[in-house]
Design a protein around this ligand. Structure first.
Ligand SMILES: NC(=O)c1ccc[n+]([C@@H]2O[C@H](COP(=O)([O-])OP(=O)(O)OC[C@H]3O[C@@H](n4cnc5c(N)ncnc54)[C@H](OP(=O)(O)O)[C@@H]3O)[C@@H](O)[C@H]2O)c1
Length: 276
């Protein structure tokens, strides 16, 4: 009986091709498709508008059906009049549910980039009073969605694709009573680096934008910030004299999606607030 001298199992795996070189400017996103989990308001919605204005296809994911409908129409308005029906799609559901993400990917056909801005603040309160349920709420609201996106991206994004998460500057300038939600937000930044290493062989990139105070419905839901005058007055003490706009925040997301050589980074967009 002859003995085989080599077997397929012992041959080295072929080297994957390098990450594709492409136009690293936002215009290079024309024709690409992005799923925006939390794309129906604030920074996610502004990202959708910017992406559509440079010719990308956009899939918005959010839980509230009416907000989703209005957001799809707003993003559609940023494209050409003769837009194709599938240039902007809306998927209603919880972004932390793998089935919602699967539906978004299935309806899009092909997806190149994913942004996650969904994720509330759970488990607020002094550390001595935090229950197991509070901790569950804090980690659930941030990390379940982040891992769901990571799983979907790892199995469905083509080489050259990217995943972008969001965090906030309270991670590095904490406030009392926020230990649980800030630990969860900080974990997203660590997850960013871990996934960047793990997914690099598939030529996928993972980054996070750490936002300062950005003028969105979320910011305006805070006590005392429910009018233009109140937001302007509060922003006057920021280093640049105002809070950021959702478009300024969104532009950093387009940078991270478009530049094929940036991965594992946390980019801060805070108008210098963490410097003072
Ligand atoms: N704005 C700021 O000053 C600031 C500062 C630091 C960090 N951040 C972070 O940046 C991100 C975006 O903030 P934003 O100001 O743009 O907030 P926003 O205006 O409240 O928008 C959040 C979006 O996420 C969606 N969403 C929330 N939970 C979801 C879920 N489980 N599944 C699917 N969609 C979900 C919301 O729609 P539905 O509720 O209909 O699902 C909404 O479209 C957040 O993670 C926030 O913590 C913001």
């Amino acid at each position: 009986m002859s003995t085989p001298t080599s077997s397929p199992a012992s041959s080295p795996a072929p080297e994957p091709a390098p990450v594709p070189v492409r136009n690293p400017l936002p215009g290079g996103l024309a024709g690409a498709t992005a799923v925006l989990v939390g794309g129906t308001s604030g920074i996610g919605l502004a990202t959708g508008v910017l992406l559509r204005s440079v010719g990308a296809r956009v899939v918005l994911v959010g839980r509230d059906a009416d907000r989703l409908k209005a957001a799809v129409s707003r993003v559609r308005g940023a494209g050409p009049d003769e837009d194709a029906d599938d240039a902007v799609l809306g998927v209603a559901g919880d972004g932390a549910d793998d089935r919602t993400l699967a539906e978004a990917f299935d309806r899009a056909g092909q997806v190149d980039h994913v942004l996650v801005t969904a994720g509330g603040i759970g488990g607020v309160g002094p550390v001595t009073g935090l229950t197991a349920d509070d901790l569950g709420a804090a980690f659930d609201s941030r990390l379940r969605g982040a891992f769901a996106a990571a799983r979907t991206v790892a199995t469905r994004l083509p080489a050259g694709g990217s995943l972008t998460f969001s965090s906030g500057i309270l991670v590095v300038r904490p406030r009392a009573g926020m230990s649980a939600p800030l630990t969860a937000a900080g974990a997203v930044e660590i997850l960013t680096r871990a996934l960047a290493v793990e997914l690099a062989p598939a030529r996928l990139r993972v980054n996070t934008v750490r936002f300062g105070r950005i003028d969105t419905p979320l910011l305006r839901s805070q006590p005392g910030l429910d009018s233009d005058a109140a937001v302007a007055a509060a922003g006057a003490s920021a280093p640049l004299g105002r809070f950021g706009t959702a478009e300024e925040a969104a532009a950093s997301v387009l940078f991270l999606m478009a530049n094929p050589y940036v991965t594992g980074q946390v980019v801060t967009v805070d108008g210098g607030e963490t410097l003072v």
